[in-house]
Design a protein around this ligand. Sequence first.
Ligand code: AMP
Length: 213
Amino acid sequence: MNLILFGPPGVGKGTQGARLANDFDMAHLAMGDILRAAVRDETPAGLEAKQYMDAGQLVPDAVVVAMIEETIMAGNGHDFLLDGFPRNVSQAEALDEMLARHSLKIGRIVFMDAPKESLLKRLCGRLICRACGFGFHRQYSPPLKSGCCDRCGGELYQRDDDREDVIANRLEVYHEQTAPLLDFYRHREGFTKIDAGGEMDAVYAALKEAVNG
Ligand code: AMP
C-alpha cells in the first residue's frame, strides 16, 4: 500500500515516517531529504531549490513534482510513503494526475497535527546526524554523547532552516499553503487525522492503527 503523511513542520513526519516505512516495508520518500541531497550534490534542481529552502519558502511546484515522480519511478513499483509531498493543492492535483498516468493508488492519507507550541519546541531543539540522517532533540531525546550520533557516531547538526526566524516563515507557509490540503483530502477514502502532540510511542501507535485500520 502507498501512503501520504502530511502535517505541519515539526509534527514528526520524518521520524515517525521512517519508522512506519521500515515496519511496513515501504520506501520512505521525504521531499525535504530529496531536496537537501540535491542541494548537497549541487544539481541544477538543487541549486534552484536552495534559495527557497533557506528562506523557509516552498520550492516551485514544477521542480518538486518532477523530482518526486522520478523518485517514485525509480522504486520500480515498491510501495512508498510520501512525507512532505504534496505541500499545496496544486501539488496534490499534479500527484493525482501522475498516479493515474502510472496506474498507482494511495491507500492511506494520514494528517498529523499538534499544537503550535509543541511544534516550535520540537523544531528549535532538533539535531540531525550528517551521516545517517537520524534525528535527536536537545531536550526530549538527546544523544548519549553531545554532538555525536548514537547510531553511527556521525556529527550532529542543526538544520539552517531550524532557526527561529525561518521557523516562523515555515509555519506561516504551512498555514497558507499546506493546511488547505486538509479540505482537499478529508473526504477521500483512507483519510485519517491523528493527534501527534503526545509522546513519540503513543503517536506511533496511533499512526500504526491509522495505517492498519
Ligand atoms: P522538510 O524537511 O520537509 O521540513 O522540508 C524542508 C524544506 O524543503 C521546506 O521548508 C521547503 O523549502 C522545501 N520543501 C520540502 N517539501 C516541499 C514541497 N513538497 N514543495 C515545495 N518545497 C518543499
